[in-house]
Design a protein around this ligand. Structure first.
Ligand code: BGC
Length: 727
C-alpha cells in the first residue's frame, strides 16, 4: 500500500500554473457547485466543490431538505441540537456530492433591518459563538468543510460591498470576533471574508485581521476564501492572507457554463443593475481574479512563492481534513432529504418557536376547537429569505395543512389579504422587480367573519427579506397589522404566528391573546407550528434578538451608524449592541437610556411553569472551565416542558470603563417532565468575566453577580463571585 502524500509533499510536485489553479474558482463542468476548484489529476488531487448554505444545500434545479433559518436554530439555545443540525447539513452536502458548505453565517445581528439576519444567529456574541461552533463541529463531522462567514462585521446589505465598518478594537474583540474564533476552534476548514471593510481596509485585504488575528493569534490552518467577487487587487489580497478567490469566473461564464478567458466583458448585466438591488451587489468588473494575475505576480516577485505555497497547502490541508485526499470509500457518505433530516427540520422549527405572550392560557388549543386559520400566505411554507441561501425542498407543509391534519375540530381558512410576496435577490437581479399581482383581492371582512365564527383565530403574518437588500422598516408589509387588529376584535381568542427574519414591530400585541415567533421555519412549517399550537411540542424557543420599536435600536436615527455616510458606518454604540444597549443608561452608552425592549433578549414562555432552586457558583473540577453555575429547575406544572436556563454576569463598576450591565455567560436548554426537577450546570470560563482592554483580555478585581434565570430581564436567582483579591 502506498502512503498518501501530505499537502506539503504535493506542493513540492506542483507547477506554478497548477498551484494557481488550486487557489481560485472555475466553472463547474456539472454546473452544480456554487464554487469549484478543479483538482490536479496528474497528482490525484480531486476537485473541491463548495456549495451554499446555510439553510440547506442549494444546487440549482435540485431539491434538498429546507431547514429552518439559523435564527430559529439559535432561538432553541440548545448547543447539542446545533451540533446535530450541523451534522445534518453536512450529510446533505455530501449527499449532493459537494465537499464544503458555505455556512454557518455567524455575523452578529447589529442592525435589525439587515436583509440577511435570518441567516445569522444572534445579537449576542456568546449565543452566536456557541451555536455557530457546534454547527461547525457537526458539519466537519460529516467530512465536509465548514465555512463560517462573513469575516467580519458584515452587518448590513446596504452598500455591503463598499462600506467600511468603523469599529473600535474593544467592540471588535468582545462582540464581532468571538463567533469566528470559536468556529475556528471547533475545526472549521475554511473561513469566508466579508465584502465590507473594517476601519477603511477591505476585508479580503485585511492583513491584520486575516493574517494577524485569524491565522496568527487563533492558529487557523485552513483556507480563507473571498466572498463572491469580493476581492479587488489580487496581489494585495494574497499578500494580506487571502488563500482562495471566488468565483474566479465572469458572471456570464458562471451562468452559461463556458470557461472563462479573463473578464473582457462589459460586466455581465451588472452595468444596469436595478436600483432596488444596486446598493447591495459587488461589481465583478472591479474584482481582479487570481486566475489572470497571480502567476505573473509570483514571477515578478510581487507575491512570494512561499505565500502561494502556503495558500495551496491550506487548501489541501482542509481537503485532507475531510478525506478528499484519501480513498473515496473512507469518507463519510451522506444523503439529501432523508427521513431523519425531515424530522430534524421539524424539530428545530418547533423547538425554535418563541411564545412571546400567552394570556389566559390561550395556547395550547383544545384538540376539538374550531379554528380559523387566517393570513395571506397560509397556503405555503415560509422556507426562508431570498438570495444565496434559498433552498428548494422535496416536501413541505403549509400552515393550513399542518392545522388540517392535526385539528379534531373544524378548520376554516381565510386569507384576508393578497399574498405577501417574498423577495429574492435573484429575481431582482433578473430585473423582475414587480411580482405577479395576486388575483385574490383583499377580503379583510371575510377574515373577520371567519374569526368571529371560530373558537380561535390563528393569524399568520410575515415579512419579506433577502440578501443584497435591507428591510426598509420593521413594520409588517402591507395591511397585515390591520388584519390582525380587526380579526382580534372579532375573535373569541386570537393567536398570532409571526414568520419573520428578525424583529418586527407588534403594535397590536396587547389586543391579542398569544403571540408566537416562528421565524422562517422551512419545509416543516405547518407540522411544526401545529404541534406547538396544540401542545404536542413545548415552545422551547427564546429570543436571540431583542424585539423593540424601530426607533429604539442603537442604529436608528443616525445615518452615520446606519446605513453609513461617505462609505463608512460608525459603531458609535461600541459594545452596546442588542440588549446591552437596551440595558444601558445614558451615562454608559450615549443615546441609550429610555429605549425599552418590547420583548427582551432571552424572553419566551413555556407551557409549563418552572421554579429555580438551590443555585450556586463554584470552582469547576474540570479544567475546561474555571467555574460552574449550578441550579435546580423544578417543573411545578402538570405539563412536560422545556426550560432555557440563562446565566448572565454583571461586572463590577470600574472607573473609566463602560461595561454592559450584564452579559450572557452561558445557557442550557433542558426538558423537565411535569412535577420533576433537573439540575443544570453552566460552565463559566474566564471569558464570562473578562473585558478587552488596552493590554488585552483582563478580569477586573471586584464582585461579579451571576444572574441565573429565564431571560436578560428575568433573573430568578443571583450569586456573587468575589474576585476582589485578584490582581
Ligand atoms: C454571499 C455568500 C455566498 C456567496 C456564494 C455571496 O453573494 O454573500 O454568503 O456564499 O455569494 O453564493
Amino acid at each position: 500500500m502506498t502512503e498518501t502524500p501530505t499537502p506539503a509533499d504535493l506542493v513540492a510536485d506542483l507547477t506554478l500554473t497548477e498551484k494557481v489553479r488550486l487557489v481560485h474558482g472555475a466553472v463547474d463542468p456539472e454546473g452544480r457547485a456554487t464554487g469549484y476548484v478543479p483538482g490536479v489529476e496528474r497528482l490525484n488531487i480531486p476537485p473541491l466543490r463548495l456549495v451554499d448554505g446555510p439553510l440547506g444545500v442549494r444546487v440549482p434545479g435540485e431539491s434538498a431538505t429546507a431547514f429552518p433559518a439559523p435564527v430559529a436554530l439559535a432561538a432553541t439555545f440548545d448547543s447539542a441540537l446545533a451540533r446535530e443540525h450541523g451534522a445534518a447539513l453536512g450529510r446533505e452536502t455530501r449527499g449532493a456530492g459537494q465537499d464544503a458548505l458555505l455556512a454557518p453565517g455567524v455575523n452578529l445581528i447589529r442592525v435589525p433591518h439587515n436583509g440577511r439576519n435570518f441567516e445569522y444567529l444572534s445579537e449576542d456574541p456568546v449565543l452566536s459563538a456557541t451555536m455557530g461552533a457546534r454547527v461547525v463541529a457537526g458539519i466537519q463531522s460529516a467530512d465536509v468543510i465548514a465555512t463560517p462567514k462573513h469575516y467580519v462585521a458584515n452587518s448590513q446589505e446596504t452598500h455591503r460591498a463598499s462600506v467600511s465598518a468603523e469599529i473600535g478594537e474593544r467592540a471588535l474583540r468582545e462582540c464581532y470576533l468571538p463567533s469566528f474564533r470559536d468556529a475556528v476552534e471547533a475545526g472549521a476548514g475554511s473561513v469566508m471574508t466579508a465584502y465590507n471593510g473594517v476601519d477603511g481596509v477591505r476585508m479580503s485585504d485585511h492583513r491584520e485581521l486575516v493574517t494577524g488575528v485569524l491565522k496568527g493569534k487563533w492558529g487557523f490552518d485552513g483556507f480563507i476564501v473571498s466572498d463572491w467577487y469580493g476581492t479587488e487587487a489580487a496581489a494585495a489580497a494574497a499578500n494580506a492572507g487571502l488563500d482562495v478567490e471566488m468565483p474566479g469566473t465572469s458572471p456570464e461564464a458562471l451562468h452559461d457554463g463556458t470557461e472563462d478567458e479573463g473578464d473582457e466583458s462589459d460586466g455581465g448585466g451588472f452595468d444596469d443593475l436595478p436600483e432596488s438591488i444596486a446598493r447591495g451587489m459587488p461589481d465583478p468588473r472591479t474584482c481582479e481574479g487570481f486566475a489572470e494575475t497571480l502567476a505573473n505576480a509570483v514571477r515578478d516577485g510581487d507575491v512570494p512563492e512561499s505565500r502561494l505555497n502556503d495558500m495551496v497547502v491550506r487548501v489541501l490541508r482542509a481537503m485532507d481534513g475531510v478525506g478528499l485526499l484519501r480513498d473515496a470509500d473512507e469518507r463519510a457518505d451522506g444523503a439529501v432529504d432523508t427521513p431523519a433530516h425531515r424530522e430534524h427540520a421539524r424539530e428545530v422549527a418547533a423547538r425554535g418557536t418563541v411564545l412571546l405572550k400567552n394570556d389566559g392560557g390561550a395556547l395550547p388549543l383544545d384538540d376539538d376547537a374550531d379554528v380559523a386559520v387566517i393570513g395571506p400566505n397560509v397556503d405555503e411554507a415560509v422556507l426562508g429569505g431570498g438570495g444565496s441561501s434559498e433552498t428548494t425542498p422535496v416536501v413541505s407543509t403549509a400552515p393550513v395543512e399542518g392545522f388540517e391534519s392535526r385539528a379534531a375540530g373544524d378548520v376554516t381558512v381565510a386569507h384576508g389579504l393578497p399574498r405577501v410576496e417574498g423577495v429574492s435577490m435573484f429575481d431582482l437581479l433578473a430585473g423582475d422587480e414587480e411580482t405577479d399581482e395576486d388575483a385574490r383581492g383583499p377580503d379583510v371582512d371575510g377574515a373577520v367573519d371567519a374569526a368571529g365564527d371560530a373558537d380561535a383565530a390563528v393569524v399568520f403574518v410575515r415579512d419579506a427579506a433577502t440578501e443584497a437588500m435591507d428591510r426598509e422598516s420593521l413594520r409588517l408589509p402591507g395591511r397585515q397589522d390591520e388584519l390582525v387588529e380587526r380579526t382580534a376584535a372579532a375573535a373569541a381568542r386570537t393567536v398570532v404566528v409571526v414568520n419573520t427574519s428578525a424583529p418586527v414591530e407588534l403594535p397590536w400585541r396587547d389586543t391579542v391573546d398569544a403571540v408566537l415567533v416562528n421565524w422562517y421555519p422551512g419545509q416543516a412549517h405547518g407540522d411544526a407550528v401545529a404541534s406547538v399550537c396544540y401542545g404536542d411540542a413545548d415552545p422551547g424557543g427564546r429570543l436571540p434578538v431583542t424585539f423593540a420599536p424601530e426607533a429604539a435600536y442603537p442604529t436608528a436615527g443616525d445615518e452615520r451608524r446606519y446605513p453609513g455616510v461617505d462609505g463608512a458606518v460608525r459603531h458609535d454604540e461600541g459594545v452596546f449592541v442588542g440588549y446591552r444597549w437596551f440595558d444601558a443608561d445614558d451615562d454608559r452608552a450615549a443615546g441609550a437610556g429610555d429605549a425599552e425592549p418590547t420583548y427582551p433578549f432571552g424572553h419566551g414562555h413555556s407551557y409549563a411553569t418552572f421554579e429555580y432552586r438551590d443555585a450556586s457558583v463554584e470552582a469547576a473540577p474540570a479544567a475546561d472551565a474555571e467555574r460552574r453555575a449550578t441550579v435546580t429547575v423544578a417543573n411545578v406544572s402538570d405539563r412536560d416542558g422545556r426550560e432555557v436556563v440563562q446565566a448572565y454576569v454583571r461586572p463590577p463598576a470600574v472607573d473609566g470603563v463602560d461595561r454592559p450591565v450584564r452579559e450572557l455567560a452561558g445557557f442550557a436548554s433542558v426538558a423537565v417532565p411535569a412535577g420533576e426537577v433537573r439540575t443544570v450546570e453552566i460552565a463559566l470560563d474566564e471569558r464570562a468575566f473578562a473585558r478587552y482592554g488596552e493590554s488585552g483580555w483582563r478580569v477586573d478585581p471586584g464582585e461579579y453577580a451571576v444572574e441565573i434565570g429565564r431571560s436578560s430581564r428575568d433573573a430568578r436567582v443571583e450569586r456573587v463571585v468575589d474576585r476582589r483579591d485578584e490582581a
